[in-house]
Design a protein around this ligand. Structure first.
Ligand SMILES: Nc1ncnc2c1ncn2[C@@H]1O[C@H](COP(=O)(O)OP(=O)(O)OP(=O)(O)O)[C@@H](O)[C@H]1O
Length: 238
């Protein structure tokens, strides 16, 4: 579903992502872990064609993300970091707007499903500017999955959600990949990665320091936190 080859992004003299290669297979829940400023958001922006790479390439669902960014965004679901829905639309108007752009049928059913699952149907007629941060995040989650994409790319999916809603979203993501969907998400919350990911990549200073199945870590008796800290601190000291 994703094939990144020597992907690099420079902002002026800052190298945010440095010759990163990896792939994500269908049905996988892949977590990109890294501390603040390590390159996670830049990576997701390149994979979704929001910014072009300085060099290297990314194929996403068979399309070149730099050459066909609109094609990629038509296929995948995206939750960008700290993105908020338009302030002047209600929650339901926003979902219907997304549904019309994506030419979806059964719009009532699709909207109801997400209002029910994420328990915010009582907010459907509230203007987005008046929604709480957590409810805006639920809405962003709903818009990303409204068209039932085969691949979702999510930047920090659970950051504003309370523990009950985090549980719902984690369960949804596991069911989604068990049903054949693929998820690429970035986080610095290690417990979430350890709990739901099939595979993780650890990124620091724009480079992938490690990539592998979570069960290898669990099987070795190591906790992800100590593994992550050793890797990142070792890299910082190198
Ligand atoms: N538009 C930009 N212009 C200049 N530098 C940028 C830009 N976007 C990101 N950077 C820099 O690139 C590096 C990687 O940033 P990025 O936002 O990708 O990291 P991140 O891992 O998502 O961080 P966080 O977890 O804090 O959101 C940082 O040094 C950041 O300051």
């Amino acid at each position: 579903m994703i094939e990144a080859t020597e992907l690099t992004k420079n902002y002026g003299n800052v190298t945010a992502v440095n010759r990163v290669s990896f792939s994500v297979a269908e049905g996988e829940l892949f977590g990109l872990l890294g501390p603040n400023g390590s390159g996670k958001t830049t990576m997701i922006r390149m994979l979704t064609g929001q910014i072009p790479p300085t060099s290297g390439s990314a194929r996403v669902m068979g399309l070149d993300a730099a050459k066909d960014p609109i094609g990629v965004r038509g296929l995948v679901g995206i939750i960008p970091e700290q993105e908020t829905p338009p302030s002047f639309l209600t929650a339901e108007e926003y979902l219907r707007f997304v549904a019309s752009i994506r030419n979806l049928d059964s719009v009532d059913e699709r909207c109801d499903r997400w209002f029910d699952l994420l328990e915010f149907g009582d907010k459907r007629d509230v203007l987005c500017k008046d929604l709480s941060r957590g409810t805006r995040q639920k809405l962003m989650f709903a818009q990303a999955f409204l068209h039932e994409p085969e691949l979702a790319l999510i930047d920090e999916p659970l950051i504003n959600l309370d523990p009950i809603m985090q549980r719902t979203v984690k369960d949804f993501l596991r069911e989604y990949v068990q049903g054949g969907g693929t998820v690429f998400f970035s986080t610095h919350i290690l417990e979430i990665a350890e709990e739901i990911c099939d595979r993780i990549g650890v990124i620091h200073n724009g480079r992938i320091l490690h990539s592998g199945p979570v069960e290898d870590l669990v099987g070795s008796g190591r906790h992800l936190e100590s593994f992550f800290l050793d890797l990142v601190k070792g890299d910082a000291g190198a």
